[in-house]
Ligand binder design. Structure first.
Ligand code: F3S
Length: 62
């Protein structure tokens, strides 16, 4: 499973980082990005929750 943050849509609300810090963190532009190539085992539900909770639907899970 992969998670990608659309940098044009992220408004830096930070919810994804609160919900799933194993996968998301701030980048140098103060937007969220995925810090792993693959969502680690056991983090799938949190990653999906982060995607569903993003107010601008910036996170795509595949
Ligand atoms: Fe950005 Fe959405 Fe996360 S707005 S900080 S990708 S919850």
């Amino acid at each position: 499973m992969k998670a990608v943050v659309d940098q044009d849509l992220c408004i830096s609300c930070g919810a994804c980082i609160d919900v799933c810090p194993e996968v998301f963190d701030w980048n140098d532009e103060e937007k969220a990005h995925a810090i792993v190539d693959e969502v680690p085992d056991g983090q799938e539900e949190q990653a999906k929750e982060a995607a569903e909770g993003c107010p601008t639907d910036a996170i795509k899970i595949s």
